[in-house]
Design a protein around this ligand. Structure first.
Ligand code: G4P
Length: 545
């Protein structure tokens, strides 16, 4: 604790905040598109009591429009780019499910979201196993040190063998799966699960359309054998095989990212959803304090803002034009310490300016509700927070500034020019806005001038978003001319002077001040590194490798 001034919270208040933080579980679901993330979100909400927005979660037909209707492109492709948080109560706990974009082109966005959660649920389609986007996002979780709970979904449909799926997880991502439940019946014939901790059989009963919580019936081994016969025996044998292999849950190994508890589910039939909620409550860590200050070689930071200290929050996402009804700019922040009270005037760490929090909202899809109070782990949407950027900190009393969110290495580059030269003012405003939200990275050089900045992206779909928004929101349609670079390294001014004379490369400045060297391919970049071992050429965070 570093609270020393007179306005420091009393110890009773500090204890109350700590209690609130302990009953918070803040997580995100990572999955490949179509693995069932939206269906699982709905199923979780059905099992719990949605706090901030009753009715925010709609059936499939309404969902696409509900979660994100702010851009035609999203509708056309059926993907969700916007993200927000769904909050619900389960038993004594408050669960915050933070939404992540569905498409791999927005993995940098997902990375930012994952900086705001304490755990991730990796949803795997039983028929498809680990898919590219799941793998990519898993690596992000690993880089962030997030514990991962795995859910094998769609077990009601024919799919892969359960043991083979466990092997695949271990082989592909090096996490030791430690199943908490084991399916009784093969994929496509989902009767229930063997709960490995108790040895009980939890039998599921299908309900029409999966519209209500599926009834569960718990029984001991004898009754299970009588009910499920050979399927039960097989499940028991396989579970014993797993135990012999050391595939049993160990909380420390899970928190250290060495093992992943596994559950089998059918989100559409609401099977295994209660087990997921209980696992989140029992095993996922509560709202953790955030660290700041210089990092040591192992990445540990010098200071920690304890959850009981005065209010602070970390902005992980900024989104404008979320839908037609609210054409405004919302900064999403995770409360990291203290109590948030709407109306409080915090300080914006990056500028030192006061920041009024009068318009704080919970945002889930199109639905918004006013937030009056929030605790560590909760997500607040700060409306019209024009000064806030992803990675920023706001705080009360003792100053704190959390480390910025690392940016990914862009792999696609395009020169943007205004289609209509009379719209330059709008063009500039729009480009700056997209830059500050992190929709694309914006690179500039004297050579190219302000009229033709280079947009840099991890995935090309980011360009489509930029183009669509420049036209619809800023009235400044742009032309994009792709450049032949795929590699970027961070350099410094001294090295840039030498690199300026190197063939096939270009040096541009990013708006955060970083100088980037762009090269056409890995081969060329390696050659430059070899020819100039004395120059600064730092790799950027790889979203993709
Ligand atoms: P996403 O958000 O991860 O992209 O996936 P989403 O929930 O939209 O689910 C993708 C498809 O998979 C949907 O089918 C959904 O109904 C189906 N699905 C999700 N969970 C399960 C499950 O546990 N079992 C089965 N059998 N299917 C599941 P769709 O054909 O795209 O839509 P719909 O017409 O079936 O609603």
């Amino acid at each position: 604790m570093t609270t020393t001034d007179s306005a420091a919270p009393s110890s009773a208040a500090a204890e109350a905040v700590t209690r609130e933080a302990r009953r918070r579980r803040t997580f995100a679901i990572i999955s490949h598109p179509d693995a069932g993330k939206s269906t699982m979100t709905e199923a979780l909400a059905l099992h719990a009591e949605v706090i901030t927005e009753a009715g925010a979660v709609h059936g499939k037909a309404g969902r696409r429009a509900t979660v994100s209707d702010w851009m035609d492109m999203e509708k056309a492709r059926g993907i969700s780019i916007t993200s927000a948080a769904l909050q619900f109560a389960y038993d004594e706990y408050v669960v915050n499910l933070v939404d992540t974009p569905g498409h791999s082109d927005f993995s940098e966005d997902t990375y930012r979201v994952l900086s705001a959660v304490d755990a991730a649920v990796m949803l795997v389609d039983a028929a498809k196993g680990l898919e590219p986007q799941t793998l990519k996002l898993f690596r992000v979780c690993k880089a962030r040190g997030l514990p991962v709970i795995t859910v094998i979904n769609k077990w009601d449909r024919p799919g892969l063998d359960a043991l083979a799926l466990m092997d695949e997880i271990y082989r592909e991502i090096g996490l030791q799966p430690t199943p908490l439940t084991w399916p009784v019946g093969i994929a496509g014939d989902f009767r229930g699960v063997l709960e490995r901790r108790t040895g009980d059989y939890v039998a599921y009963t299908r309900t029409a359309g999966g519209a209500t919580r599926a009834p569960e019936e718990r029984m001991g081994p004898d009754a299970a054998l009588a009910r499920a016969g050979v399927d039960w025996t097989t499940a028991v044998e396989e579970s014993e095989l797993l135990a012999a292999d050391g595939a049993d849950h160990d909380q420390d190994l899970f928190l250290d990212g060495i093992t992943t508890p596994v559950l089998f589910a059918s989100a559409i039939s609401n099977f295994g959803v209660a087990a997921l909620l209980e696992t989140l409550i029992e095993l996922a860590p509560p709202a953790a304090p955030f660290s700041y200050g210089d990092a040591d070689a192992a990445g540990r930071r010098a200071h920690t803002r304890e959850v009981s200290e005065p209010f602070s929050a970390f902005v992980f996402k900024v989104q404008a034009g979320m839908n037609t009804a609210h054409r405004d700019r919302v900064a999403f922040a995770r409360v990291t310490s203290g109590v948030f009270e709407r109306g409080m005037v915090a300080t914006h760490a990056q500028t030192g300016r006061p920041f009024a929090t009068k318009y704080a909202q919970a945002v889930f899809g199109r639905e918004r509700t006013v937030i009056d109070t929030a605790y560590p782990g909760d997500i607040i949407g700060l409306v019209n927070a024009t000064a806030l950027r992803p990675g920023d900190t706001i705080f009360l009393q003792d100053p704190v500034m959390f480390p910025p969110i690392a940016t990914f290495a862009p792999e696609h580059f395009a020169v943007a020019t205004s289609k209509d030269s009379s719209k330059f003012k709008q063009f500039r405003k729009g480009i700056d806005q997209l830059d500050s939200e992190g929709v694309v990275q914006v690179l500039r050089s004297d050579l190219r001038g302000n009229q033709s900045p280079v947009l840099a992206a991890v995935g090309p779909m980011q360009f489509e978003v930029a183009q669509a928004r420049m036209e619809s929101e800023f009235g400044a349609p742009i032309k994009l001319e792709m450049l032949g670079y795929t590699q970027a390294r961070r350099t410094d001014a001294a090295s840039a002077a030498t690199l300026a004379s190197v063939r096939q490369v270009e040096i541009l400045a990013r708006s955060d001040g970083a100088l980037l060297l762009l090269a056409p391919d890995r081969w060329r970049m390696t050659a430059i590194e070899r020819d100039h071992p004395d120059l600064v050429l730092e790799p950027l965070l790889a979203g993709d490798s």
